[in-house]
Write a protein that binds this ligand. Structure first.
Ligand SMILES: CC(C)(COP(=O)(O)OP(=O)(O)OC[C@H]1O[C@@H](n2cnc3c(N)ncnc32)[C@H](O)[C@@H]1OP(=O)(O)O)[C@@H](O)C(=O)NCCC(=O)NCCS
Length: 216
């Protein structure tokens, strides 16, 4: 599913259940001690996906430990992103001299839980969602918009180390499978940063998926 959303060169690996048993490096296993079995399986399977991406880029297997803010620390020279939700685990990666930022997110197909939409969208975005739903029923546009913001955040955070709220981002979804996300860049970011992220999405019967790739 995810490969179809990616440009040439970005490697990906996805699975639809937990592989048994996906091996971890000692430092990764130590992190998972005492965690729920579901979280351990999710973490391990996603790392197996990530190591397949690394192998495709010619990198040896390496531990992928969470860095500041929870972002996984990829080996030097690699950027990547991880997602997991019920029935899906995936990783993508590329060389950092070709791709500067990557973000992916998967969410279960279905409407956002009650009360969430108002927290993660502006009134203008809610108008946009109503127009999309009227013209193209059958897509969970609200879930897709949320998913797009999460993918943008995963591309944004490793590059800046700065928290971004849902209201700092304005997403415009296109029925052609693309989206844009324009950020209100927080004052805490000192370097000039392009506020426009472009992404792609897909929506299936079980999952919605979003991908952000920045090459600059
Ligand atoms: C971090 C966050 C985006 C993760 O998304 P999620 O849908 O809850 O969970 P997913 O399974 O899709 O992704 C989890 C993976 O994201 C990665 N991740 C976590 N924090 C991250 C960060 N700050 N930056 C980049 N990647 C991060 C990790 O690899 C994690 O998996 P792991 O713990 O097994 O390594 C979400 O929990 C969050 O904090 N969102 C609030 C911020 C936000 O999205 N703002 C939107 C503004 S545009």
């Amino acid at each position: 599913m995810i490969e179809a959303l990616l440009p040439p060169g970005v490697t990906s690996s996805e699975v639809f259940d937990d592989e048994a048993p996906a091996p971890l490096f000692p430092a990764e296993a130590a992190l998972m001690e005492g965690r729920l079995a579901r979280r351990r399986r999710q973490f391990a399977t996603a790392r197996a996906c990530a190591r397949r991406c690394l192998a495709a880029l010619g990198h040896s297997p390496a531990p992928l430990l969470p860095g500041p803010g929870g972002a996984p620390a990829w080996p030097t020279g690699v950027v990547g992103s991880i997602t997991h939700c019920d029935g899906y685990r995936a990783a993508v990666a590329d060389l950092s001299d070709r791709t500067s930022a990557l973000g992916i997110d998967a969410e279960p197909a279905g409407p956002l839980p009650e009360g969430v939409l108002g927290l993660v969208t502006s009134p203008a975005e809610r108008d946009h969602l109503r127009e999309l739903a009227a013209a193209h029923p059958g897509v969970f546009w609200d879930r897709l918009l949320f998913c797009a913001k999460e993918a943008v955040y995963k591309a944004w955070y490793p590059a800046t180390g700065v928290w971004l709220g849902f209201r700092d981002a304005t997403v415009a979804l296109s029925p052609d499978g693309t989206f844009t996300c324009t950020l209100d860049v927080p004052a805490a970011v000192s370097e000039p940063v392009d506020p426009l992220y472009r992404g792609r999405w897909s929506a299936g019967p079980e999952l919605v998926l979003t991908v952000v790739v920045r090459r600059d």
